[in-house]
Design a protein. Sequence first.
Length: 107
Amino acid sequence: MRKVELIYLHALFAQLYEHVARRRDLQSDAFEEYETSAVGPYQVQRRKADHEAAVQLLSKGLGASLLEVERSSESAESVRSADTTEATESHERSREPTKNGCKPARQ
């Protein structure tokens, strides 16, 4: 990949990082190494290897953070699903007729 293309990719990843940071709670330590690297996407005078390292740090941080968000949303969804299943079963039990064929009186 040419340096110009790498700088463009760095700029895109930096914008994605800023967008995700505004919309979600990111792992604070996931981007610590990138933020201390002092290589920004608009520092075109830096070496190609510096931008490549920055892109790798950004992609690693974004991947880890988004994976964590996905895991937390899956666990929240499984809790909601369990609550829904329990409520549905409870509702179905309340609709079943009793031994004499009548529904129980509401309390």
